[in-house]
Design a protein around this ligand. Structure first.
Ligand SMILES: [Zn+2]
Length: 95
């Protein structure tokens, strides 16, 4: 396993998003909702080391407002758990 894949996994873990270890095509890995198993997209492993956390964290407001993440609401709930005040702000601004 590459270091970058571990880093990507680690970055998505707080959001309850699983990164599948087997490349589906090329160097992309499937993202799957940790609660309901729905496929949420794919992530490439061409990220520079150290960027994964920043990239995922940069989507905080979108996850909080339900504009990214699973329709089951899992990631929006995670946003509430991670930073309730910021999550509430994001919902107000983006909805
Ligand atoms: Zn889900």
């Amino acid at each position: 396993m590459s270091g970058i894949l571990d880093e990507i996994r680690d970055a998505y873990a707080p959001w309850s998003i699983e990164v599948e270890g087997v490349a589906t095509y090329g160097t992309y890995y499937r993202l799957r909702c940790g609660r309901c198993g729905k496929i949420l997209g794919a992530v490439g492993d061409k990220l520079l080391p150290g960027m994964a956390h920043e990239l995922v964290q940069g989507n905080f407001d979108l996850y909080a407002a339900g504009l990214m993440g699973c329709a089951c609401g899992c990631q929006a709930e995670r946003a509430n758990a991670i930073d309730p005040a910021r999550a509430a702000d994001a919902r107000t601004q983006l909805r």
